[in-house]
Design a protein around this ligand. Structure first.
Ligand SMILES: Nc1ncnc2c1ncn2[C@@H]1O[C@H](COP(=O)(O)OP(=O)(O)OP(=O)(O)O)[C@@H](O)[C@H]1O
Ligand SMILES: [Mg+2]
Length: 251
């Protein structure tokens, strides 16, 4: 569905954020991207969404360039800080904005459906800027889901959502045939959502592309990617260090 071929990209000329990255996302894949702060996860999602353009290498979506109206309709990106994308006077108009732009005949039904699914019903007449961080994130998510994208790119979707909503989101994504690529630091979300994970290391290199469970069991990989860390603490006056993965109990 989406193919990256030796893609390199930097926001500034002298600094590569993504370096010679090749990968394929197949129809229906649920992929998670893991990696430390600043390693290029958000940048990679922007490349996949066509918001950033590779300096070398190429990206194709269904064997064509990722641009144009059809691609925009198929591919949706939830930004890491989604409040930047909210600008309508009410939640209802915010969620309806995309369907109206695309002149979808069932815009109202779609808005009602996704508002209910995300528990936003009581907030429909509120201005988005007055909502809590998590509520804003839910509105931003509803704005994307209402368009029923084929390829959904999520940047830290669980960052401000409560556990019940994260659970709902995982179920909704797993139940759908949408292709999903999600960047996250949340290893339990990764374990539940993804069958496959990409681990980005420093310098924009791909450290790992394979099953999530194997990655989460590979402490050396997790330490290199800064997903695990060494705890130092004292027992009986002796200094111990051991690797520790937060937010993942392996069960
Ligand atoms: N719009 C931008 N202009 C210039 N540099 C940028 C821009 N966006 C990101 N960068 C730089 O690119 C690098 C990768 O950033 P990116 O946001 O992709 O990391 P990330 O893996 O998503 O990190 P985090 O886990 O903190 O979200 C960083 O060094 C960052 O400073
Ligand atoms: Mg990011």
């Amino acid at each position: 569905m989406l193919e990256l071929d030796r893609v390199s990209f930097g926001w500034e000329d002298d600094k590569r954020v993504i370096d010679g990255l090749s990968l394929k996302i197949r129809e229906g894949d649920k992929v998670v991207i893991l990696g430390a702060n600043g390693c290029g996860k958000s940048t990679l999602l922007k490349l996949m969404n066509g918001l950033a353009v590779p300096q070398s290498g190429s990206i194709s979506y269904r064997n064509a360039e990722p641009k144009g109206r059809a691609f925009r309709q198929d591919c949706a990106l939830l930004f890491q800080h989604p409040e930047a994308m909210l600008f309508n006077p009410t939640v209802r108009e915010e969620i309806a904005y995309g369907p109206r732009q695309l002149e979808l005949p069932d815009a109202d039904e779609r808005v009602a459906h996704w508002a209910t699914a995300l528990g936003l019903g009581p907030l429909l007449d509120q201005p988005p800027f007055l909502l809590s961080g998590g509520e804003k994130q839910k509105v931003a998510l509803a704005c994307l889901l209402v368009l029923e994208p084929k390829l959904l790119l999520l940047d830290e979707p669980s960052a401000s959502l409560d556990p019940a909503t994260v659970g709902w989101l995982i179920d909704a994504l797993l139940d759908s045939d949408m292709t999903v690529v999600a960047a996250t630091h949340n290893l339990s979300l990764a374990a539940e959502l993804g069958s496959r994970c990409l681990v980005l290391g420093s310098g924009g290199r791909l450290l790992y592309d394979g099953p999530v469970t194997a990655a989460l069991g590979n402490l050396a990989l997790l330490e290199e990617a800064r997903l695990a860390h060494r705890h130092r603490h004292r027992h009986d006056g002796t200094l111990h260090t051991h690797l520790h993965v937060h937010d993942w109990d392996g069960s």
